[in-house]
Design a protein around this ligand. Structure first.
Ligand code: NAD
Length: 495
């Protein structure tokens, strides 16, 4: 990374918390704002528009008008591709600005905002842009008297409601397929990290996306989010967030227009290490990096480490020895790998789970405390609990912080049973040098993604989503087009 004084950049950054509706930056109709605090020091960062029902209605009307005008959906796929490719290029040419906003807003280290968040979001937009003029529709094998065309059409207005942990990437996972397919979008970013969403929409306009096709309304979940999910003129909601709010999404749909709801929800992923795995150092370093990346604020973080009895003491010692690499520090320092939690509320939630682990009898082997309190920021030490059983709160509930729970098993059947004994089913990982076992266990695990002898491989080409209460629908890959398109059959009689 080139030598940048990020503190100096932060001091001179111009932050704009206004919504973007119909191609214009606007204040909330009520004129109200809310104060967004910095996770780095607890001080006021920016006044953000407090979007509510009137703003959502204006954004949905603007999205509908843009859709009906055909200005976007009727462009040939190859020209939508060009606009979205320019949008992706704009994201990359504003990489430093966007990365700084992401770090200031949600507390992640600048090195990862620069190397992961902005490039992944840009790559996602570019990948769907590239895909859209290469997908063919179908003709059914109906016989000589008729022609039955099976075509995909854009749905119309898509509501995208996203969380704060990867603000740009989560937005891009909705925007890529929804926009490429020809829809209009109203994006509601999290109130905890709204800033990059509005800049993304400005850059999309500069890239040539017609006004009204991509609108952003910041605000609280129970105000702007609820209004969007209840709006009668929204055709589908792509939601990423907690399982608690995912339930509400289904209710909102039932209470309004039965809009499609695609939920991408929480996780409590299991990481199973068998004694036959020959490279325990690699397994330990992958376990540590996967749980502590993004301060543990990742839906797919492997928060339950299941280790075979006979190697458990040694394996826990190896993971614990690595914790020093993940000590929280200044997110604006390019060497930092563990930043601040997103806000005081999230920090208190995580510390509350640590208290629960201690009081339920698990053994905290490292961490367990707030750190760098003098900065005013919300830092928590990387924490490992040993002696956890699967009935404990820290094994059952999603913590969304840097806390690892270690459970032990005596054989394969027990390992699979513990891993599957969860209301979640987002991801899982099996570590074994026995090929039969690796395949057997991978098949038996009830999760949307199962990794074998790795955890960190990821790619836009593969679907991402969960079994059970981790959601339905899948982000990423060509499968994501299914969420934002309707299938139409057209019968043509041949005389
Ligand atoms: P959250 O559910 O609290 O909020 C998510 C979004 O929903 C935010 O924009 C919020 O403002 C909005 N919202 C909240 N209440 C609402 C309501 N009543 N009506 C409408 N909208 C509402 O989740 P969070 O704390 O922002 O994010 C963390 C959660 O997201 C974790 O559970 C994590 O596992 C999950 N997540 C899942 C994935 C995935 O792909 N499966 C990816 C990232 C995060």
């Amino acid at each position: 990374m080139r030598d940048i004084d990020w503190h100096e950049r932060a001091a001179s950054a111009v932050l704009d918390g206004r919504a973007l509706i119909g191609g214009k930056r606007v204040a909330a109709a009520s004129g109200e704002t809310f104060e967004k605090l910095s996770p780095l020091n607890g001080r006021a960062l920016v006044q953000t528009a407090r979007g509510a029902a009137a703003d959502i209605d204006a954004a949905v009307r603007s999205a509908r008008a843009a859709f009906e005008s055909g200005a976007w959906r009727d462009q040939p796929p190859a020209s939508r591709k060009k606009v979205l490719q320019r949008f992706a290029e704009q994201l990359m040419s504003h990489r430093e600005e966007l990365a700084l906003l992401e770090t200031l807003d949600m507390g992640k280290p600048i090195r990862f905002s620069m190397s992961v968040d902005v490039p992944s979001a840009a790559q996602c937009i570019s990948w769907y842009a590239e895909a859209v003029d290469k997908i063919y529709d179908e003709i059914a094998p109906t016989g000589p008297q008729a022609l039955a065309l099976i075509t995909r059409e854009p749905m119309g207005v898509i509501g995208a409601i996203v969380p704060w942990n990867y603000p740009m990437i989560m937005a891009a996972w909705k925007l890529g397929p929804a926009l490429a397919a020809g829809n209009s979008v109203v994006l509601k970013p999290s109130e905890k990290s709204p800033l990059t969403a509005m800049r993304m929409a400005e850059l999309a306009l500069e890239a040539g996306l017609p006004e009204g096709v991509f609108n952003v309304v910041p605000g609280f979940g129970h105000e702007a989010g609820e209004a969007l999910a209840l709006h009668p003129d929204v055709d589908a909601v792509g939601f990423t967030g907690s399982t608690r709010v995912g339930r509400k999404m289904l209710e909102y749909s039932g209470r309004s227009n039965l809009k499609r709801v695609y939920n991408e929800l929480g996780g409590k992923s299991a990481f199973l290490v068998f004694k036959d795995f020959t490279d325990l150092d690699r397994a330990a370093s992958t376990a540590a990096s996967s749980i502590f990346f993004n301060q543990g604020e990742s839906c797919n973080a492997p928060t339950r480490l299941l280790v075979e009895d006979s190697i458990a003491d040694e394996f826990v010692a190896r993971v614990t020895a690595l914790v020093g690499k993940y000590q929280p520090a200044d997110p604006l320092n390019t060497k930092t790998v563990m930043g601040a939690l997103v806000d005081e509320g999230q920090m208190k939630t995580v510390l509350g789970y640590i208290d629960a682990g201690n009081s339920e009898g698990a053994r905290c082997v490292t961490g367990g405390t707030r750190m760098l309190e003098q900065t005013g920021g919300y830092f928590v030490a990387p924490t490992v609990f040993d002696g956890v059983n699967n009935g404990m709160k820290i094994a059952r509930e999603e913590i969304f912080g840097p806390v690892l729970s270690v459970l032990r098993f005596s054989d394969e059947a027990q390992a699979v049973a513990i891993a599957n004994d969860s209301s979640y089913g987002l991801q899982a990982s099996v570590w074994s040098s026995n090929l039969d076992r690796a395949h057997r266990v991978a098949r038996a695990l009830r999760a949307g993604t199962v990794h074998v002898n790795q955890y960190d491989e990821d790619d836009i080409t593969v679907p991402f989503g969960g079994y059970k209460q981790s959601g339905n629908g899948r982000d990423k890959s060509l499968h994501a087009f299914d969420k934002y398109t309707e299938l139409k059959t057209t019968w043509i009689r041949i005389g």
